[in-house]
Design a binder for this molecule. Structure first.
Ligand code: ADP
Length: 173
């Protein structure tokens, strides 16, 4: 907990690659933001994946879709997650769980983060059943084939995803 004057603020972090943000991510953001005083959505840069969007672009795309939530901030970090959290005074990590298949990996990461910092708790939030099938990888795959992205990514960023996939020569005709 971080002290802000008299009040104790509960700050949670929602980390991920968000390449790009999907409606599934946005659902977790909305629900977590209603539970904590402040939610930091953090684009983690050290994942070793080959991303479509740069970290700066991913931050901007998320910012555009979370404008309506005043207690949500978006940042990116190249640090170890627990170090980033220490600097921000955050104690809680939010992880969205789509299926049991997410659980093994996320459970291991949660234990490692607790070994690194005993004061950190990971909270798992079940995905809305509408979005359990959805991942950024699936979105990129669908964009390559020119599929309609409306049910998968927030309206505000559909054009950006299609343009990016095209400019990177990822389109499959
Ligand atoms: P992706 O697998 O889509 O590339 P990220 O690495 O960006 O996801 O995921 C960040 C976090 O969001 C993780 O906790 C992941 O489990 C969660 N998440 C991803 N997609 C969904 C979804 N459709 N519903 C709920 N949580 C999700």
């Amino acid at each position: 907990m971080a002290f802000f004057g008299e009040k104790i603020m509960s700050i949670a972090v929602y980390p991920g690659s968000f390449d790009p943000i999907t409606r599934g991510h946005l659902n977790i953001i909305r629900r977590s933001a209603s539970v904590f005083d402040e939610l930091l959505v953090c684009v983690m840069v050290n994942s070793g994946k080959n991303p479509l969007f740069s970290p700066e672009e991913r931050v901007e795309l998320i910012e555009r879709t979370v404008r309506r939530y005043p207690n949500v901030k978006v940042e990116s970090s190249r640090q170890l997650l627990v170090e980033y959290m220490k600097e921000r005074g955050a104690k809680v990590i939010i992880k969205g769980l789509r299926a049991v298949s997410d659980f093994d990996r996320e459970f291991q990461i949660a234990l490692i983060n607790r070994k690194l910092d005993e004061g950190i708790e990971t909270l798992f939030m079940p995905s809305s059943e509408r979005y359990t099938y959805l991942s950024s990888t699936a979105v990129k795959e669908m964009a390559r084939y020119g599929a309609d992205l409306e049910t998968f990514v927030p309206m505000e960023i559909i054009g950006d995803v299609l343009r990016k996939v095209e400019s990177e020569g990822w389109i499959t005709k």
